[in-house]
Design a protein around this ligand. Structure first.
Ligand code: NAD
Ligand code: TYD
Length: 338
């Protein structure tokens, strides 16, 4: 399989690239990535010299470059991971979110239409369903009710991708995963931020009462599910991919502090995120039934492996937390203490 991945230098995209080149499923893999603050070629050091691998630095909104590479490579599948992926940044600065997540997805769909790419997988999120009242789990027919610029842009790009199936009969499939965690995640997201702050004895900022619920999925389980959907999923369909482990944020943070041996007093309540969704919970019954995939990583073990990785990769953390990260942290967290 000849695979064209966008956003392959980010957290989930790089795990997918490492899996595809490690498992030898890919005969060729093109990674098309702009290298924003979240893109990091260090994440791909283990595959950089693989003869099947090609890296192209580019913006998915750049139609000329996207077309040039798709025409030259003629991939069997395009997997679109590239996105502005963080809710808090989308609140502070929505413009790049709409450019990349909407216009970028449109540009890729148009290139796939022009070059008749045999398969297009658009990677999306459970956040498109908005907050889900207990005890329900959202299945793929649950109404879309996005709360943040990030989730609205993902919902819009999902609908755009699916419209290409309906209108142009293009072989498009959408996956919607729950919150991912694991090695190489940028420390703006809950789990790596709390781990790295705890290591440094810095305050752990808890939004509001910390009782918001997220369904945690280990990144390698997510990547296996994406491959299962490429191989066995149906065109024109949406597949939810959840970790089946729903926990309130405070429980996750307690587990991290227990594991690193730091006191709960490091936790600091801060002003809540505007439009904060209370609960995400997914039904993954469809992807399990149709592809045979199931999440295999227990949360406690996955969390331990993740904490070990951050402990052993302090230099990676120090590099990504320097420069731009400091400005973002100040912008998002200054004057937020309650
Ligand atoms: P990330 O922020 O770690 O990485 C995003 C990557 O996309 C980076 O390498 C960045 O350089 C690249 N990129 C951004 N804008 C680009 C552009 N205009 N052109 C080309 N490349 C660009 O994101 P992630 O957490 O790995 O998420 C990957 C995908 O999975 C996203 O589509 C996201 O919406 C989705 N998703 C993420 C989660 C999660 O918990 N992180 C859960 C469900 C779905
Ligand atoms: P996050 O990792 O940003 O993912 P998402 O918003 O996509 O679910 O946040 C996960 C949860 O953790 C969410 O309820 C917000 C909360 N949170 C905090 O309480 N403090 C923080 O500093 C961050 C980044 C998140």
């Amino acid at each position: 399989m000849k695979v064209f991945v966008t956003g392959g230098a980010g957290f989930i995209g790089s795990a997918f690239v490492r899996m595809m080149l490690g498992a030898t499923s890919a005969t060729r893999l093109i990674n098309f990535d702009k290298l924003t603050y979240a893109g990091n070629l260090e994440n791909l050091a283990s595959v950089a010299n693989d003869p099947r691998y090609r890296f192209v630095q580019g913006d998915i909104c750049d139609a000329n470059l996207v077309n040039e590479v798709v025409e030259a490579e003629r991939p069997d599948v395009i997997v679109n991971f590239a996105a502005e992926s963080h809710v808090d940044r989308s609140i502070l600065s929505p413009t790049p979110v709409f450019e990349t997540n909407l216009r970028g997805t449109f540009t890729l769909l148009e290139a796939a239409r022009t070059h008749k790419t045999p398969r297009f997988l658009h990677v999306s999120t459970d956040e498109v369903y908005g907050s889900i009242d207990a005890p329900h789990d959202a299945d793929e027919n649950y109404p879309l009710k996005a709360s943040s610029p990030y989730s609205a842009s993902k919902a819009g790009s999902d609908l755009l991708a699916l419209s290409y199936f309906v209108t142009y009969k293009m072989p498009v499939t959408v996956t919607r995963a729950s919150n991912n965690y694991g090695p190489f995640q940028f420390p703006e997201k809950l789990i790596p931020l709390m781990i790295s702050n705890a290591f440094e004895d810095k305050a752990l900022p808890i939004y509001g009462d910390g009782m918001q619920i997220r369904d945690w999925l280990y990144v390698d389980d997510h990547c296996r599910a994406i491959l299962a959907v490429i191989e066995r999923g149906r065109e024109g369909e949406v597949y939810n991919i959840g970790g089946s482990r729903s926990l309130p944020n405070v429980d996750v943070v307690h587990k991290i502090l227990d594991a690193v041996g730091k006191p709960y007093s490091l936790m600091q309540t801060v002003t809540d995120r505007p439009g904060h969704d209370r609960r995400y919970a997914l039904s993954s019954e469809k992807v399990m039934r149709e592809t045979g995939w199931a999440a295999s990583q227990r949360f406690e073990e996955g969390l331990k492996a993740t904490i070990d990785w951050y402990r052993q990769n302090a230099a990676w953390v120090a590099r990504v937390k320097s420069g731009e990260y400091q400005r973002y942290y100040e912008n998002n967290y200054a004057n937020r203490a309650v």
